[in-house]
Design a protein around this ligand. Sequence first.
Ligand SMILES: CC(=O)SCCNC(=O)CCNC(=O)[C@H](O)C(C)(C)COP(=O)(O)OP(=O)(O)OC[C@H]1O[C@@H](n2cnc3c(N)ncnc32)[C@H](O)[C@@H]1OP(=O)(O)O
Ligand SMILES: O=C([O-])CC(=O)C(=O)O
Length: 370
Amino acid sequence: MTATKGLEGIVATTSSISSIVDGVLTYRGYDIDDLASNACFEEVAYLLWFGKLPNRIELDNLKQKLSEYAPIPDALISQIKLYPKKLNTMAALRSAISALALYDENAEDDSQEANEIKAVKLQAQLPTIVAAIARIREGNEPVAPKQGVSIAENFLYMLTGEEPSETSVKALDQALVLHADHELNASTFAARVTVATLSDIYSGVTSAIGALKGPLHGGANEAVMKMLSEIGSVEKLESYIQDKLDNRQKIMGFGHRVYKNGDPRAKHLQRMSLELGEQKGNTDLYEMSVQIEELITSQKGLKPNVDFYSASVYTQLGIDRELFTPIFAISRVSGWTAHILEQLSDNRIIRPRAEYTGPTNQKYIPIERR
Ligand SMILES: CC(=O)SCCNC(=O)CCNC(=O)[C@H](O)C(C)(C)COP(=O)(O)OP(=O)(O)OC[C@H]1O[C@@H](n2cnc3c(N)ncnc32)[C@H](O)[C@@H]1OP(=O)(O)O
Ligand SMILES: O=C([O-])CC(=O)C(=O)O
């Protein structure tokens, strides 16, 4: 038995949800470029869950359900109020989603029908929970979700209590489309491993949130913004990056296990970053990001991944850095739950082997002789 570090190149399951072939990302066979230009996030969620684009009635029904399910239990809001004010928002989200299961009387119903409803509920409630965590940690009361608006609009509204601009809603909606699913990434794998034991969907999503939190995965978008803030201005950029490279430190938002010639989502986020900067009359963050990209690409041959330009996009939408990875989760919960449903539709426990590298032929020594 020989281990492959990080399971690189190992094909661990079949899936008909999303694919990456020759650098092209598709959801259910639709190119991400096509979806990013034309589809709204709710259509994409439907596509991931049910395998086809919804017609008008199906989309309206889904939107209605998402609105209906968006409020969260008062008891959960009371719990979130007990969290320390200084918290990691992904840790808070992980705890809150785990707790959400306690208030769902169907949490342990493992029928496909119940799980499909729970997928839609999780999609509806996760943004409400993130917005509640964000407001409560700042000492504010949560804002109740609005009925009849998109997830992107509702989330921005719940963060501030004010109507977001059309431009902001469109930008966030596109970002949600771009982040919705990504084949067998680490958090999706974690979700599938968890439910493959026939544990429940909330446990699967809780595992996934834990995996997404790490800076080598979804947490990289926050790390990118931290880096941009530390750099501060274009003049300091080159020495900052050079110093990191000389010390063999990773530059967050670059590199990818699967894409070696660039992440197809990054160009959309780059364009959005420029457009939002131009609209605000300040393209500093965009210019800094482009210069970092030039340096890293020329010196290391690494290209930006989805997390790189999303940092400047979210900042220009007025969103705090600590909410970047939770926003990733708001989108990716669609993919996680689609994968959970797929895993359970033809389940086998996921249990690989380990190549043993420890000592052998040891003999027990009584404790007084050690
Ligand atoms: C949504 C997402 O999850 S997208 C990924 C988000 N994560 C990041 O942006 C974090 C930064 N990037 C990375 O850490 C990696 O590129 C990963 C985690 C994305 C992929 O990891 P792996 O496929 O295991 O690649 P690995 O880390 O082995 O990198 C291969 C080589 O490129 C280097 N490298 C990879 N990424 C970077 C980076 N961002 N900065 C500097 N060097 C890098 C590694 O040091 C390694 O060099 P070596 O062979 O000289 O040791
Ligand atoms: O696929 C991966 O390894 C990480 C990634 O880009 C994602 O989850 O969107």
